[in-house]
Design a protein around this ligand. Structure first.
Ligand code: HEC
Length: 148
């Protein structure tokens, strides 16, 4: 019995490093939904997204900073004059308080460029999910069901 068990055990152990190498591979595709988990404690996206600790992030591209109707922003964010696009979002997410000094968003920033790109692509998927902006467009827009 012991003679059988030991090789089986060794075989298992010798596979472990290979398994770990797979899951933490730096070359694999970066999953934007997974990257968004860093944001999800404060931000919501999707058809029922609401302001929570942070504003909802639907229809973000082209949206004026500090304009989601159901969230109370810092003066810094409201006065930033930013209209969110690929560039301003990337800069903000790399270093929030550098781009909007005095922002209430407490986030250390994303240093990994591929993670940032995947995250922005993920957020783009919610352009039509209701923008929460103050233009009343939500009511006129047909509801869209996004895949979970
Ligand atoms: C600890 C909570 C928290 C985390 C984590 C967080 N945010 Fe925020 N975020 C906020 C708050 C609060 C604000 C409003 C800031 C203000 O009013 O100054 C904000 C504002 C924003 C804005 C501006 C929105 C607007 O309506 O102008 C964007 C874009 C944003 N966050 C994206 C992200 C993304 C993407 C992540 C994940 C990488 C993230 N945030 C992580 C709390 C957070």
């Amino acid at each position: 019995m012991n003679r059988l068990r030991l090789p089986t055990f060794l075989l298992f152990v010798s596979f472990l490093p290979a398994l770990q190498a797979c899951s933490s591979s730096a070359d694999g595709p970066v999953d934007g939904a997974k990257a968004f988990q860093k944001c999800a404690s404060c931000h919501q996206v999707g058809p029922n997204a609401r302001g929570g600790f942070g504003p909802q992030l639907n229809g973000l591209f082209g949206r004026r900073a500090g304009s989601s109707a159901d969230f109370i922003y810092s003066d810094a964010m409201k006065r930033s004059g930013i209209v969110w696009d690929e560039r301003s979002l990337a800069a903000f997410l790399r270093d929030p308080s550098k781009v909007v000094p005095g922002t209430r968003m407490r986030f250390w920033g994303i240093g990994d460029e591929r993670e940032l790109a995947a995250l922005l692509a993920h957020l783009r998927g919610f352009q039509q999910a209701g923008d929460g902006a103050d233009d009343g467009a939500d009511a006129r827009r047909p509801a869209i069901r996004l895949p979970k």
